[in-house]
Ligand binder design. Structure first.
Ligand code: PLP
Length: 389
């Protein structure tokens, strides 16, 4: 089972299992202890040292899923991201980042980095030349996120890693939207992979967690800071996450299938102005997505035709829930203008192509016919309301 050829769902189900030697139970026991006996100066078990039995077991599973040597699990995606960035950047260093990152990451950079004397530049387009132009003598890290939120733009991962390798720069990617089911950036040359495990890894909208995967050497460097910052994940949640990942492959493959069907259906619909999904041939980055992704993911965005109110549409949905988060087994929808991108100015949103009527759709595992009839009934309802007005 530990061979390199072990299949994805087998890794999800079995890698990192803790054998229940006492009772021979089918699942890993949970060890909630925060206090362990002293064994040796080199083995001090403590949850904040990321080395309890359940933490170590889960790290093995996540590292295998992302094809890395090692991993660490954190109390949130932002704990993983902030710790990792700060582990590789120091005063006087410079980082180049894609502009269309998760808002929390942008805020971290904008609000905190200057306090530490870290310089940064955002790149406006996904073009490799845009990244190359921003690189300076002191650039230490390039940070990307693909597919991006909310327009699902695609950055060419291999091209970024080749550029960075030539210049001796470390590459980091937020792989949350794709999940390891659809994209393994380490295979494409990326050094460090980050996840908000709150999303697809957890998958049931009931866990807040983060993860980082990389080489043993890089994880050692991150660990050194991580134990000082103290952002580890409690063992009960570690155990829940381990259980959730057992169905990661099944869930995400169904979400891929549903999202592709929904994107195609929406694209043909007379009330829909535009659909953004990297699996559609009409998507400007379709060819790059096809090259680097195994599936196109469960996230898509769309705009209603002019005159149709996106907020009213959202309120009329009965099955698809309004939600601030994403990637659960249940389908959810949000308006980026009112939520995730509300802190941007109108000009900044316009610059990024985010229109007020844009809706971000996290497609769940439900039957696609039920999702279609929910959207159809909501569209019909708002059209009647418009007529009555
Ligand atoms: N990265 C992406 C792409 C996200 O969508 C989020 C949260 O929405 C994060 C990182 C931050 O994760 P967390 O909320 O688990 O800290």
């Amino acid at each position: 089972m530990n061979s390199k050829n072990t299949g994805f769902n087998t890794i999800c189900t079995h890698i990192g299992e803790i054998e229940d030697k006492q009772f021979k139970g089918a699942i890993s026991p949970i060890y909630l202890s925060t206090s362990y006996a002293f064994e040796d100066v080199d083995i001090k078990r403590y949850p904040r040292y990321f080395n309890t039995p359940n933490q170590e077991a889960l790290c093995k599973k996540i590292a295998r899923l992302e094809k890395g040597e090692s991993s660490l699990i954190f109390g949130s995606g932002m704990a993983a991201i902030s710790t990792t960035l700060l582990a590789f950047l120091r005063k006087g260093d410079h980082i180049v980042l894609q502009r269309t990152l998760y808002g929390g990451t942008v805020n971290l950079v904008n609000e905190e980095f200057s306090k530490y004397g870290i310089e940064y530049s955002f790149v406006d387009s996904q073009d490799i030349s845009g990244f190359e132009e921003k690189i300076k003598e002191n650039t230490k890290v390039i940070y990307i996120e693909t597919p991006s939120n909310p327009l699902l733009t695609i950055t060419d991962i291999k091209a970024i890693s080749e550029l960075a390798k030539k210049k001796g720069i470390i590459t980091m990617i937020d792989n949350t939207f794709a999940s390891p089911v659809n994209q393994n950036p380490i295979e494409l040359g990326i050094d460090i992979v980050l996840h908000s495990a709150t999303k697809y890894l957890g998958g049931h909208s009931d866990i807040l967690a983060g993860a980082v995967v990389s080489s043993e050497k890089n994880i050692e460097q991150i660990f050194h800071l991580a134990k000082n910052l103290g952002g580890s994940l409690s063992d009960f949640t570690v155990w829940m996450l381990e259980r959730s990942i057992k169905t990661l492959g099944l869930r995400v493959k169904q979400q891929n299938k549903n999202a592709k069907k929904m994107a195609k259906w929406l694209e043909k619909h007379e009330d829909i102005e535009a659909v953004y999904y990297p699996g559609l041939k009409s998507h400007p980055d379709y060819e790059i997505a096809k090259k680097q992704m195994k599936g196109f993911g469960g996230m898509l965005s769309f705009e209603l035709k002019k005159g149709l109110d996106a907020s009213k549409f959202q309120k009329e949905l009965k099955l698809i829930k309004s939600s601030m988060s994403l990637a659960g087994v249940e389908s959810t929808i949000l308006s980026p203008t009112l939520t995730s991108h509300a802190l941007l100015t109108e000009e900044e949103r316009e610059h990024q192509g985010i229109k007020d009527g844009l809706l971000r759709f996290s497609v769940g595992i439900e039957e696609k016919e039920d999702l279609i009839s929910d959207i159809q009934q909501a569209l019909e309802k708002i059209k009647i309301l418009e007529l009555e007005h």
